[in-house]
Design a protein around this ligand. Structure first.
Ligand SMILES: Nc1ncnc2c1ncn2[C@@H]1O[C@H](COP(=O)(O)OP(=O)(O)OP(=O)(O)O)[C@@H](O)[C@H]1O
Ligand SMILES: [Mg+2]
Length: 274
């Protein structure tokens, strides 16, 4: 029923990690069906959610975001996006209602082809049609965007209903936000996702500087900073490593890791329902 683009113009702030963790929480604790889109050619999200072997096999079967874009945007064929989606992703046993449109390293080349063929309008139309249909089938669509505003990322940001921004609590935290704001203001008529808020990730436990930064960001009402921050802890870092034999949510996110992810997810749901 809702679509959220997870994006920050800055890289390495935890976009993919939080996309995965929020999706797993929505599935395991809130019974939500979640469709994840890996919209970054680095494929971090896909690699966090399945084995390299399976990802390669899917690529050979043309089941990836790139295959979908090639057919629907460059090929001008009527294609069913469902044939590019896979189920049984994530190593969390209790998160069984997750679906993924896998990423593909060729995404950047495909984007270039879209630009060269002057198909940007068709790209945006396909993204819109896809989101309209996908929202009828699942509770939440989460799009893990690449950093930087490529033509594909721009489409997700303009077509999704909401934009969630992970940031690190450092002095450059708001620079990515400022950049996006300027981009959005270039032409307001083109539309843009509504700002859902800023989630502080990788907050150093017991760091006075990070605490101060959190307070400063909290004080800026425009940012809509989430009350809960996600600490910088090895368990969340290790969550990126897919475990083939599966594990429970508690096992993947023990203690404060799970508590933080669950608080952020609960806050997202509260904001969405407000
Ligand atoms: N809360 C956290 N605690 C510890 N490590 C974290 C945390 N969040 C993310 N990381 C680690 O930080 C690195 C960057 O995270 P991630 O890939 O999710 O960021 P990103 O914003 O998606 O990066 P990119 O811009 O390259 O797409 C990864 O190694 C990840 O495991
Ligand atoms: Mg990423």
């Amino acid at each position: 029923m809702v679509s959220i683009a997870i994006m920050n113009a800055k890289g390495g702030v935890g976009k993919s990690t939080l996309t995965m963790a929020i999706a797993e929480t929505l599935s395991a604790y809130h019974g939500k069906t979640v469709l994840l889109i890996d919209a970054d050619g680095q494929m971090s999200l896909s690699l966090m959610l399945m084995s390299v072997k399976r990802l390669n096999a899917l690529r050979d079967e043309n089941r990836s975001i790139t295959a979908w874009l090639k057919q629907s945007v460059l090929g001008d064929h009527t294609v069913d996006w469902r044939s590019y989606i896979v189920d049984k992703v994530s190593d969390v046993d209790d998160a069984s209602s997750l679906f993924l449109m896998p990423g593909d390293m060729d995404l950047t080349l495909t984007e270039r082809a879209v630009s060269e063929a002057h198909r940007a309008a068709q790209l945006r139309l396909q993204v819109r049609l896809f989101l309209e249909e996908a929202k009828q089938c699942v509770d939440v669509v989460l799009v893990d965007c690449a950093p930087g505003i490529s033509v594909v990322t721009e489409c997700w940001l303009r077509e999704c209903q909401w934009h969630l921004v992970p940031i690190k609590p450092d002095i450059l935290a708001v620079s990515g936000m400022e950049y996006l704001k300027r981009f959005r203001q270039r032409d307001e008529r083109l539309g843009f996702a509504a700002h859902l808020g800023v989630v502080i990730n990788m907050k150093q436990v017991r760091s006075q500087t990070d605490e101060l930064m959190h307070e400063l960001l909290n004080g800026n009402s425009e940012l809509r900073c989430f009350k809960s921050a996600v600490p910088s802890i090895p368990h969340i870092q290790k969550a990126a490593l897919f475990v083939a034999e599966g594990r429970s949510f508690q096992n993947k996110y023990p203690g404060e890791a799970g508590a933080a992810i669950r608080s952020v997810t609960a806050e997202i749901l509260t904001r969405l329902s407000a």
